[in-house]
Write a protein that binds this ligand. Structure first.
Ligand SMILES: Nc1nc2c(ncn2[C@@H]2O[C@H](COP(=O)(O)OP(=O)(O)OP(=O)(O)O)[C@@H](O)[C@H]2O)c(=O)[nH]1
Ligand SMILES: [Mg+2]
Length: 288
């Protein structure tokens, strides 16, 4: 994004979110139970290195557990590509032996040259990548490898694909990265998997948002950036969610929580709809 936002704030937010009622969004997520019995919703995160994938996982976990969590290692800005393995994050619910019925999967960053092979993300969508597989930018995972999952359980499959992008780079992504995102989207569409984008670091996009996160849907500047990103990668605006991850804070904050919860609620709804559709149409016929 680069240039400092010089646009005034809109009088009315272009999308409504209830900042005062964090509890009902939290309850919605807490009450979530897949309609299909014994099923776990799998949310696959991908996106450029440094975009905030690990931070988003930590933010979700922090909101749900009501305390600051740093389970996914977050890179210092100077470090490139911290996460190299395929990792599943589950979140404890109330007691140490019970978990929310959804999991977040982290992947190695998408970048030019050294990034995760697009084919590996395609395999992950189908549940073919085993936990702890170390992505190798030079070589895709292939059948016969010990980390290639030959017996896919429905809970290994992905139900919603989330592209994580930083607001300060969303508008000038390298052509190669955009091409990779398109290719991954195409593969997900063929499988009928819904796709969402999470735009992180909105506090860096515009000073008014940094000042007050409630301005997030009043910033004409951020809206323009989101529209441009939507046009570049083909994800519709109503599937793009801006968030501010926990990054410098040491205590939880209601506004940060509200935005993360609102995003998570939509991600879960998209995934649940797909899971049910797939159950009723095992032969395919998706309209994504
Ligand atoms: N200000 C601000 N900083 C953020 C936000 N989200 C992430 N960061 C910072 O951005 C940097 C990179 O974040 P990570 O979560 O490590 O990014 P990643 O996508 O997991 O990166 P890789 O693991 O290398 O692929 C860290 O220094 C975070 O603290 C945000 O919403 N606002
Ligand atoms: Mg990471």
């Amino acid at each position: 994004m680069g240039a400092i936002n010089a646009k005034p704030l809109l009088d009315k937010p272009w999308r409504e979110i209830n900042w005062k009622d964090k509890q009902s969004a939290l309850q919605h997520v807490k009450n979530y139970k897949p309609q299909v019995e014994d099923r776990q919703l799998r949310i696959l995160l991908h996106g450029p290195s440094g975009a905030g994938k690990s931070s988003f996982i930590n933010s979700v976990k922090s909101v749900l557990e009501g305390k600051m969590c740093r389970v996914a290692l977050v890179a210092n800005v100077a470090q490139a590509c911290l996460d190299k393995k395929y990792t599943t994050y589950k979140i404890e619910k109330e007691n140490p032996n019970s978990f929310y019925p959804f999991a977040l999967n982290n992947t190695r960053g998408l970048m030019e040259g050294e990034g995760v092979p697009v084919d590996d993300i395609k395999l992950a969508l189908k549940g073919r990548v085993k936990e702890d597989y170390k992505f190798n930018p030079k070589c895709k995972l292939s059948e016969g490898d010990q980390y290639y999952n030959t017996t896919v359980n429905p809970n290994d499959e992905v139900h919603v694909l989330v592209c994580v992008i930083s607001a300060d780079t969303a508008n000038h992504m390298r052509h190669e990265v955009i091409r990779k995102i398109h290719e991954i989207r195409k593969a997900a569409s063929e499988l009928g998997i819904p796709q969402v984008a999470v735009i992180t670091k909105v506090d860096k996009a515009c000073p008014e948002i940094k000042e007050d996160l409630k301005n997030v849907y009043k910033s004409a500047y951020l809206k323009e950036q989101m529209e441009q990103f939507s046009a570049d990668v083909g994800i519709p605006m109503n599937c793009i969610f801006p968030v501010k991850n926990y990054s410098e804070e040491i205590d939880l904050n209601d506004d940060v929580d509200s935005l993360v919860l609102n995003t998570l609620k939509h991600i879960i709804d998209f995934g649940e709809e797909f899971m049910n559709h797939k159950m009723n149409h095992p032969e395919g016929s998706y309209f994504v």
